[in-house]
Design a protein around this ligand. Structure first.
Ligand SMILES: Cc1cc2nc3c(=O)[nH]c(=O)nc-3n(C[C@H](O)[C@H](O)[C@H](O)COP(=O)(O)OP(=O)(O)OC[C@H]3O[C@@H](n4cnc5c(N)ncnc54)[C@H](O)[C@@H]3O)c2cc1C
Length: 372
């Protein structure tokens, strides 16, 4: 049986482990922390097809969405095909989402325009002041708190899968016997194939391999509210999201008018996903210039609550938790970064704000290159 080493217990590494184990490889999975604590457990858990760039990126997202549905039926990860509503709070925003619903690939994305009454019929909690919404039936969600543990539980059904936490890789080399990694104390693992999925850890032993890669880090601020006291059947976004997602770049975005000062300052949109316990994960801001401040700012949360209050037509539950997270993002036309650094050894990162969405399809593209 051929061996695969996966470095990194985030969603990209874990999906590589799954796709490799399902193909029949013996998989050893290394993670530096006791439990992964980076982007993959700090995110919304959204599988967000709606915003993907037309063409290859959308196709990859749809492939991933299909793999998510299959994996979600095997593993306890809270997968749900709940879809999303992008809410237009003004008539001008409504004109733009109507345009979105007529894009050539709108059907592929599962887009449907809903006026306010139709939106309210689907989501009775959205009793506020808005013109309508863009439904996307291909969007879905998972529970970040369950995700990686649930996937590793599933991986236990493969006898040749081994999970090794608290193993920080500090060195990689390739020789005639294959690919090798080691930690600071000299413990070593070797395999025919290796995927280095270290997320935003661009430094250390990885740095030299990523030297010219078009990558940056992005920091986001997030929060979660007390339980809503009712169930939402969709994830939500506001029309600021249309400004950021490449799917919408050719629409009449000028009609959206000027963004609010706070949203502009923090490069914000409202994204909202209800957790299985009834709370709502909300965000997000975007910070691109390092070193990051690591401050949690009050103003963006006031802004988000204002937008939510307007959409829900009432005071939404208070914020209970706040955190931030950092992801690695490709800054070129490459959807994500994969580099073969030695025969059978790949670095995979840079999925950006769509890394969770695309993870299974990214992993599939790597594993397809490895033969049994
Ligand atoms: C706040 C936030 C919200 C987001 N929301 C969404 C969303 O809703 N939908 C979406 O599609 N995407 C979202 N993203 C993006 C998505 O979360 C990331 O693209 C994705 O999680 C990246 O996964 P990863 O496995 O590459 O990285 P990580 O999750 O960072 O995992 C990398 C792992 O590698 C380990 N590691 C690093 N170096 C070593 C080493 N030397 N040895 C051993 N282990 C090592 C780390 O400890 C870590 O566990 C969001 C990101 C953030 C930060």
């Amino acid at each position: 049986m051929k061996r695969v080493l996966i470095v990194g217990g985030g969603i990209i590494g874990t999906m590589h482990a799954i796709l490799a184990a399902e193909k029949g490889f013996a998989v050893t999975h290394l993670e530096r922390d006791m439990k992964p604590q980076s982007a993959s457990v700090r995110n919304f858990g959204l599988i967000w097809v709606s915003g993907r760039r037309a063409g290859g990126e959308l196709d990859l997202a749809l492939r991933a969405r299909s793999l998510w549905a299959t994996i979600g039926s095997c593993a306890e990860i809270g997968f749900r095909a709940n879809g999303s509503l992008t809410i237009a709070q003004s008539e001008n925003e409504y004109t733009v989402i109507q345009e979105a619903a007529s894009m050539p690939d709108a059907q592929k994305r599962g887009f449907r325009i809903l006026n306010r009454i139709q939106t309210l019929a689907l989501e009775p909690e959205l009793a506020g002041n808005y013109a309508g919404s863009l439904q996307c039936t291909t969007d879905a969600a998972v529970e970040p708190a369950l995700l990686l543990g649930g996937l590793r539980e599933y991986l236990k059904s493969f006898p040749e899968y081994t999970w090794i936490p608290e193993f920080e890789v500090v060195d990689f080399y390739h020789d005639e016997n294959g690919n090798h990694v080691s930690d600071i104390s000299g413990r070593r693992y070797s395999a025919e194939y290796i995927a280095l999925c270290a997320g935003a850890a661009h430094k250390g032993f990885i740095e030299s391999f990523l030297e010219k890669a078009p990558l940056r880090k992005v920091r986001l601020q997030m929060a979660s509210t007390a339980p809503l006291g009712a169930t939402l059947s969709h994830s939500l976004a506001d029309a600021d999201s249309l400004r950021y997602y490449p799917a919408f770049k050719d629409l009449s975005l000028a009609l959206l008018g000027a963004q609010s000062e706070i949203a502009t300052q923090f490069k914000m949109q409202l994204l909202l996903v209800q957790r299985l316990d009834g709370s709502m994960t909300i965000g997000d801001t975007h910070e691109y210039i390092e070193p990051f401040t690591h401050e949690i700012d009050e103003a963006p949360y006031d802004h988000l609550r204002g937008v939510m209050n307007n959409i829900f037509g009432r005071e939404v539950p208070r914020i209970e938790k706040r955190w931030d997270g950092v992801y690695s993002q490709s800054t070129s036309e490459e959807i994500y970064i994969r580099r073969e650094i030695a025969p059978g050894a790949h670095i995979v990162t840079g999925g950006g704000g769509r890394g969770n969405t695309l993870a299974p399809a990214i992993a599939e593209e790597t594993v397809e290159q490895w033969s049994l």
